[in-house]
Design a protein around this ligand. Structure first.
Ligand code: ADE
Length: 247
């Protein structure tokens, strides 16, 4: 059974884009996951294929209509589909590795990409969407966010990465940024690789890496030291896939 992604967007031509190359593209070719990009506009019913309208209460921009978005979801998602519906929006909860892991362990994802000012909140709530942001900046639409989310999920699908790379994933669970990496030559432009890495002393290397990880985390991301990324993801902190549900 493969992992299936459906993306609802006004710009289906943006997909697969970068997801068709490299690790994700090879995994797709091998049938480990699939991606279907569907045009929200196909769910419009009027002659002009209108998908949006002006915001109630006034203000700039346009809002995607709830009836059109709902019809787009109904057309794309078969009855009984267990995949969570994720709406990419700067208003969402920040995307973290804990949510990525939960999504990757499930049957796939349906991703809704907003454009314009946003999506009518009624359909967001009626469909139980998980609102997710990929960072504290505003993109021109959710498409790049959906690609980020899918890339992060796909690399965790069993069989996508080799065993050596899979083990690396553990390093993020420790809540620390990674230690710096070095390779040959041992001296470059007069700059030497830290001696301990050349020592062959595994325990010393491990201690040095741990210490570098903690230092860079303290400096760049002190929030990671006090905040568990395994909290506050999913709806109201609930796991996406409770232990007794098929994941
Ligand atoms: N759409 C626009 N900005 C976004 C962001 N930061 N994350 C997810 N979707 C978005």
């Amino acid at each position: 059974m493969s992992w299936n992604a459906t993306v609802l967007t006004l710009f289906p031509g943006m997909f697969p884009g970068p997801l068709g190359t490299s690790l994700a593209g090879r995994a797709m070719d091998r049938g480990l996951w699939s991606l279907e990009a569907r045009d929200i506009r196909e769910a419009a019913t009027d002659r002009h294929r209108t998908v949006d309208d002006t915001p109630f209460g006034g203000g700039a921009g346009m809002v995607l209509r709830p009836d059109v978005v709902d019809a787009a979801i109904a057309a794309a998602v078969p009855e009984g589909d267990q995949r969570p519906l994720v709406f990419l929006t700067p208003r969402g909860v920040p995307l973290r590795q804990s949510l990525v892991r939960q999504l990757a362990a499930g049957p796939g994802v349906v991703a809704l990409c907003g454009r314009y000012e946003g999506v009518d909140q009624r359909v967001v709530e009626a469909r139980g969407m998980i609102e997710v942001s990929i960072g504290d900046y505003v993109l021109s639409g959710g498409e790049l966010g959906a690609m980020v989310l899918l890339d992060a999920c796909v690399r965790l699908i069993p069989g996508v990465m080799g065993a050596a790379e899979s083990a690396e994933e553990e390093s993020f669970s420790s809540n620390l940024l990674e230690y710096p990496h070095y390779t040959r030559p041992a001296e470059w432009r007069g700059l030497r690789v830290p001696e301990v890495l050349l020592s062959g002393h595994h325990a010393e290397v491990a201690r040095w890496r741990r210490e570098r990880s903690e230092a860079v985390t303290r400096e760049r991301r002190p929030d990671l030291l006090t905040h568990s990324p395994n909290q506050d993801q999913g709806r109201a902190g609930a796991p996406l896939y409770p232990a007794d549900s098929p994941a």
